[in-house]
Design a protein around this ligand. Sequence first.
Ligand code: HEC
Length: 197
Amino acid sequence: MSQNLTTPSKKPSVKDGPILREHVFDGIQEFDQKLPNWWLFTFYIAIVFFVGYWVVYYSTDSMQTPTQKIDAKMAAIEGKKNQELVAMMDKLDDQVLLEWSTNSTITSEGKAIYSQYCIACHAPDLNGGVIGRSLIDDHWEYGGKPMQLFNLVLNGSPADGKGFNGQKMQPWKDLLGPEKAAKAVAYVVSKAPHVEK
Ligand code: HEC
């Protein structure tokens, strides 16, 4: 059954051409062939490339891993947010928020933000409900100056606050950013009769 394609006298070598190997699996035999040089060349290049790439990728800082790329992007976003916050805090004070509360362009933007993010707990008429405090009664839990309201919205209930029916308010800084938060507060101020001027 088995049979060499090369001359049987000398020991067969793959250099002389394909050899039919002796073993048989399920009636199938294999040729033993020399791999073409071009194939071997790409194979060795791939190994060398792998070693080089591996060293560069993990042992030098010249390439970023996906985690590093994401971290860098997050840091950039965080930096931008902080810049925005700093710029906003520079420009805002009680007086500015009171002015904003009389500017109909800003209060209508603020109303849209309020309707999207605040209405569920503070109600359409701002009178609060089961979860959120009333914003139009005469009580302010953490101070009733515009900037005190803004800081509360931005940073959420203080850690030592007792909350309202045990509920605290989350910080809105990340979700809204300082500008939208300030506009929402301007709208609240425009509606609340008891804001301290
Ligand atoms: C998930 C419910 C919830 C949402 C949504 C919510 N709040 Fe509140 N808010 C609360 C709770 C609860 C308190 C009371 C917190 C406390 O006493 O510590 C509160 C308190 C306040 C206060 C102070 C009220 C007072 O009488 O002292 C203001 C102002 C306020 N929220 C504005 C906003 C604005 C603006 C938004 C939208 C950006 C908003 N809230 C969204 C639950 C909510």
